[in-house]
Design a protein around this ligand. Structure first.
Ligand code: G6P
Ligand code: MN
Length: 445
């Protein structure tokens, strides 16, 4: 089984490789091809992987290339984890948006739109190449904004592209833990768009345990989302939102926290990772140790501004191990070996949410087997969630249409229709600001 990783010089690749090393079963991945535009980043990551594999005769073989078509030919699975414009681009998104008084987060609001506008054309090119060169490959999309990018790719790859994110799994795991349930025994009733979903119930032995959580302020204070949103608001909603909804429900506070921060998240990661890749140029550097130190610091500071704004304190130890590689591996195993399982994934809606059309990519529990991911039937969203999901999907559609037509007018419409952009004038200023700093937006005329 051959896995190609696009964005193969990316910082999180060793997480995926680590998960592969733990997989011993028949039909596992035996070859990994890393593709990246930057040779320096590729060799840095290859060094970390070599240290991870040291002493393991069965470790998947790793090759690197900067030739995209060569990387795609013969792939069984393609992971796409690219970052168009790099972390400097992410930091620029934050700066431009904050200068207009709106959020510049990479997946939410104006920042998510800017990042989407420069990523979609690249993702579509990849999707077309996969369709031509590796038509039987399954594409697993990690590239943010993951729902939007998966939808763009699905127009060329149909159900062969599946988007993943670890935040719903993390949320489900935390709720199960505080309720004393085993995550494997619980059914998590979660649905929405990527970074815009809600846990509406958690069933154990057929019984919904969520009301017990919502009724107990101590339990609510004992996990991340409980502290971020506060017991009162969660009770009012009757659901537990994905952590990214903190940017919606407490927008003013999160924008202010970002404005006050010494460095925005993108700027922090840009500098932190520059240090890591620089260190990897030294021939005597301990690659795996340096990588792990950098990773731990990244995990510990994840969403720090939001936690500050909410007075939520530090992250818990259990939440520091991410889980994105586990979702990726579970998905590959289910498809490659027909190991049937249920995962929350980004797939085409079909008829799952009646308020969206069949092609809209949503985030929903899916049964996964050798035939791919099949969304399960879920209860309709409550009105407040329907409102947000439909508004944000409409914005995503404007982004897709601007990426296809190259129309500035359509791009302005995408910004202006977003619930977190409060004026059409601001939308114009945002597009001017983003196009001034991103060469990747030059196609908008
Ligand atoms: C979560 C999100 C991902 C995001 C990751 C890292 O897992 O679901 O979409 O890429 O965090 O966030 P960071 O701010 O560290 O880049
Ligand atoms: Mn995510």
């Amino acid at each position: 089984m051959r896995l190609t990783i696009l964005g193969g010089g990316g910082f999180r690749v060793p997480l995926v490789y680590g998960a592969l090393l733990g997989d011993r079963a028949e039909g596992r991945v035996t070859r990994v091809v890393l593709h990246d535009l930057d040779e320096g980043r590729l060799s840095a990551v290859a060094r970390v992987l070599a240290e991870q594999a040291a002493g393991d005769p069965d470790a998947p073989e790793v090759t690197v290339t900067t030739d995209l078509d060569e990387a795609l030919r013969g792939a069984d699975f393609v992971f796409s984890a690219i970052r168009v414009g790099g972390l400097e681009g992410r930091a620029a998104d934050e700066r431009v948006a904050l200068a207009q008084g709106v959020l510049g987060q990479e997946t939410v609001g104006a920042g998510g739109i800017a990042y989407g506008l420069r990523t979609v054309p690249v993702a579509v090119d990849i999707a077309r190449r996969v369709a031509r060169l590796a038509p039987d490959a399954w594409v697993i999309n990690f590239t943010n904004p993951a729902g939007l990018v998966t939808e763009a790719m699905s127009r060329h790859l149909g159900d062969r592209v599946i988007g993943i994110c670890d935040s719903p799994v993390g949320l489900g795991r935390r709720i199960a833990r505080v309720l004393g349930a085993h995550p494997g025994e619980a059914w998590i009733d979660y649905v929405g768009l990527n970074h815009l979903g809600w846990v509406r119930g958690l069933r154990v032995a057929g019984r919904d345990e969520l009301p017990r959580l919502l009724a107990d302020p101590d339990l609510l204070g004992s996990f991340e989302e409980g502290r971020l949103f506060g017991p009162q608001w969660l009770r009012s909603l009757g659901a537990v939102p994905n952590e990214y909804l903190h940017y919606y429900y407490f927008n003013r506070e999160t924008v202010r926290a970002y404005q006050r921060a010494e460095k925005t998240r993108g700027a922090f990661l840009r500098d932190q990772q520059a240090g890591f890749y620089e260190e990897m140029r030294r021939p005597d550097a301990a690659a795996l140790t340096a990588w792990d130190r950098t990773r731990a610091e990244r995990e510990a500071t994840y969403m720090a501004e939001n936690r500050d704004a909410a007075g939520a304190g530090e992250r818990e130890d259990d939440d520091l191990s991410g889980g994105y590689e586990k979702v990726a591996l579970a998905l590959m195993r289910a498809i490659a070996r027909d190991e049937r399982t249920t995962l929350i994934l980004n797939v085409r809606n079909r008829g799952t949410l009646g308020v969206l059309d069949a092609e809209a990519v949503i985030e929903v529990p899916c049964l996964v087997d050798a035939n791919g991911a099949h969304p399960v039937t879920v209860d309709p969203l409550p009105g407040h969630a329907t409102g947000l999901v439909c508004a944000v999907k409409a914005v995503e559609r404007e982004v897709l249409s601007a990426a296809e037509s190259g129309s500035r007018t359509t791009a302005v419409k995408a910004f202006a229709l977003h619930p977190l952009v409060d004026s059409v004038n601001v939308a114009h200023a945002l597009l001017d600001g983003f196009t001034a700093v991103h060469p990747g937006l030059a196609y908008l005329t």
